[in-house]
Write a protein that binds this ligand. Structure first.
Ligand code: ATP
Ligand code: MG
Length: 196
């Protein structure tokens, strides 16, 4: 299974999700972001694609394409190779337009799309965003929400999988349990799109 993670809006959690899927579930990574640090953090598992490069070579199985917060000529090719497109976004009014642009661009690839409202504070904001997206596109889209989580930020800072952190034992592991279960659930949701 290959997955494209994209949103032309920056800072929405694309690389966080890529990092956790790669470190926790054995995916490989393909970083298409000259400003990104995923390939530096997980050098054995992630290759960095030069920004000048116009094409992507056939990826290894189980590859995640992590794009920077901009459109890229290689996006079409990555989507072609992918079984699923994940669009993380922050459900606030100011950032929804950028996400709508991304959705419009991505929907032409005719691949399944999973939206991930990230760092959301209010259930209502998620429902409002869902409404806007579905009105714009004219079809239903599936969402999987991730709340703001200190545990996830810790996992990223320590360059660890939240799954590992939750299995280390002790009182700290307990604090990681909830986020760890959420990331597991996200992974299971993603697997529903395998071999569709
Ligand atoms: N659910 C979350 N809880 C806590 N921190 C989060 C969460 N999601 C993302 N972050 C943090 O927010 C910051 C921005 O996330 P990230 O770098 O993944 O965004 P991005 O979409 O890849 O940005 P860019 O477009 O610049 O590549 C990072 O420090 C990340 O660890
Ligand atoms: Mg990123």
């Amino acid at each position: 299974m290959n997955i494209t993670i994209v949103n032309f809006k920056g800072g929405v959690g694309k690389s966080m999700i890529a990092h956790q899927l790669i470190s926790g579930f054995g995916f490989h990574g393909c970083e298409i972001d000259p400003y990104g640090s995923l390939s530096d953090r997980l050098p054995e598992r992630v290759v960095r694609i030069d920004i000048q490069q116009k094409h992507l070579t056939q990826p290894m199985n189980e590859t995640i394409f992590d794009f920077g917060g901009f459109d890229d000529v290689k996006l079409d090719q990555a989507m072609e190779y992918s079984d699923l497109i994940i669009i993380p976004f922050i459900p606030t009014l100011e950032t929804i337009q950028g996400t709508v642009d991304t959705l419009m661009r991505v929907s032409s690839a005719n691949k399944p799309i999973l939206m991930v409202p990230n760092m959301s504070q209010k259930e209502n904001d998620i429902n409002d965003a869902k409404f806007v997206f579905e009105e714009t596109l004219g079809f239903e889209i599936e969402m999987f929400a991730l709340p703001m989580s200190v545990a996830l930020q810790t996992a990223i800072n320590e360059n660890r999988s939240i799954i590992d952190l939750s299995q280390q034992g002790g009182i700290k592991a307990y604090a990681y349990k909830k986020s760890s279960n959420l990331i597991r659930a996200l992974h299971e949701k993603i697997r529903e799109y395998e071999n569709l």
